[in-house]
Design a protein around this ligand. Structure first.
Ligand code: ZN
Length: 498
């Protein structure tokens, strides 16, 4: 089935009655539709059950009353019950989504983003059931988006419930959704509802060749991971602290986080550091275990500084994951750092390992707490995360500030517009030069122009978490500066922006 066919299925009567399994000694619901593995990852083709098969799964009991009115709970809640075959590289996921329309707009369509349609070796939607009280629904698979036509429309404040059952074949690849011979990384692995921006609509991007593209709104998570078959020797890292480990089942709960990732390996050695503000864990491969305590303590130093500069971060938890990846990558509650950075570290702060731990920790503010569109305005999080490296050195290793400008920035002779979009680039070096490195040069020029007091006051306003989950843009950034200074920024933006 080709994506472009835009097949639309119509369900006659849909009531949701999937009984969600807990974690202990239970199996996911029996699939009610035939699954077919998708084809090779290079040309992923989502596989949908035939409409008749879906209809066959529909329970014909009397529909329960229409959508419930929202209570005081989170607008978006996910429960993910995962049966993971680590050695077989497959996972079966039973997912419940509770979504309250907080958009002040009547929604007749709601998108579900399913990133593994693009990245998994196989994706099979085994069952899909929608809401209570809906008389009809249609859905439409395009790329990694499942568009739900909601009838009656979901009014502001009303709640929609969805149940999905799907199976993924995890690809062998050095990516944030993939496995190698010693590790499995699970990011962007489940269905989610994207942000809805007032006056603009759903924030949905397509992947580029560089950078990040998915935008997640804050949500509450309950995640239960059961190994099937059981394996004794695995170490599981996650975006949130482990709530309980019942035999073979890892249980997690996270409130108001952007997404939920897992990293699993039989080899991880675990280190930690903490204060009353935050607990940091570091998961390292044995050959780099000597760097474990240091990684955790660098991140802790950075966390303390950023809390002071940008404001408290309610996350209070972060994991550092050494990974079979080519670079670093931020997620909410954890970040991955390529094993190559651990391998090339020395005992000084003058290496990428040290700088990137500080950099990725800053993303728990600029990305985690303070959201922006990473595809169309990546400078908002990346220039600030990169500039945070310098602020970290200023605080803890002031003698290394000049070294940093030479090593990190001038050595690359960066060119390009700070406000470039990810789709402007085919390779990462020009992207990093423009967005990150000219980005930090811009941040320094801005700071020089307004002075330290105004610069840090404006950053704090920009990051102010009392704005809730409002996606920030360039206007938000400059508005924060206009609140603390009268300086005209047009000359600066003429130099650095397109
Ligand atoms: Zn970054």
């Amino acid at each position: 089935m080709k994506i472009k066919d835009q097949i639309i299925f119509v369900l006659a009567v849909v009531v949701c009655l999937i009984s969600l399994t807990g974690c202990v000694n239970q199996t996911p619901p029996t699939p009610t539709a035939t699954s077919v593995p998708a084809t090779a990852a290079t040309t992923p083709e989502p596989v949908m059950p035939a409409a008749t098969e879906l209809i066959a799964s529909v329970n014909t009991e009397e529909p329960t009353p229409p959508v419930e009115v929202a209570d005081t709970q989170a607008d978006i809640r996910y429960q993910l019950d995962v049966s993971l075959d680590y050695a077989g590289h497959t996972m079966t996921i039973t997912q419940t989504i509770d979504y309250t329309n907080s958009t002040e707009t009547s929604l007749s369509e709601v998108p579900l983003i399913l990133p593994p349609i693009r990245t998994a070796d196989g994706f099979s939607l085994l069952n899909f059931q929608m809401g209570t009280g809906y008389e009809a629904s249609t859905y439409d698979f395009q790329n990694e988006i499942l568009w739900l036509t909601v009838s009656p429309a979901l009014e502001a404040g009303q709640r929609l419930s969805l149940n999905l059952l799907y199976k993924l074949e995890i690809p062998e690849s050095q990516t944030a959704f993939g496995y190698t011979d010693r590790q499995m990384l699970l990011s962007d692995w489940y269905a989610f509802i994207p942000p809805y921006l007032p006056g603009e609509g759903w924030l949905i991007n397509q992947p580029g060749y560089v950078g990040e593209y998915l935008a997640y709104p804050l949500a509450d998570f309950t995640v239960n991971v059961r190994l099937s078959p059981p394996m004794d020797s695995l170490v599981v890292a996650a975006s949130a602290p482990l709530q309980s480990l019942d035999g073979n089942c890892w249980r997690y709960s996270a409130q108001q986080v952007r997404n939920f990732s897992l990293a699993i390996s039989p080899e991880y050695q675990v280190f930690s550091a903490g204060t009353d503000q935050v607990t940091i864990y570091a998961y390292l491969f044995p050959e780099h275990a000597a760097l474990g305590a240091r990684a955790a303590s660098i991140a802790l130093e950075a966390w303390v500084l950023y809390s002071e500069l940008y404001g408290d971060n309610p996350r209070q938890f972060m994991s550092i994951i050494e990974a079979d990846l080519t670079d670093g990558l931020e997620c909410d509650g954890l970040f991955y750092l390529s094993e190559s950075y651990f391998a090339s570290a020395d005992e000084t702060p003058q290496n990428y390992f040290h700088l990137l731990v500080a950099h990725e920790t800053a993303h728990q503010w600029f990305y985690g707490l303070v959201p922006n569109d990473q595809a169309f305005e990546p400078w908002l999080d990346e220039s600030l995360a990169a500039y945070s490296e310098l602020l970290y050195l200023e605080r803890y290793y002031p003698d290394l500030v000049d070294w940093w400008w030479g090593f990190r920035v001038r050595a690359f002779g960066p060119t390009g517009a700070v406000n470039s979009i990810i789709y402007d680039f085919l390779t990462s070096r020009p992207y990093i030069n423009a967005v990150y490195l000219r980005g930090v040069t811009f941040q320094q020029a801005l700071r020089d122009a307004v002075g330290d007091e105004a610069y840090f006051a404006a950053l704090k306003r920009y990051a102010d978490s009392s704005q809730g989950d409002t996606f920030r843009d360039a206007d938000s950034f400059f508005d924060a500066f206009h609140q603390v200074t009268d300086i005209d920024f047009t000359q600066l933006t003429a130099i650095y922006f397109k």
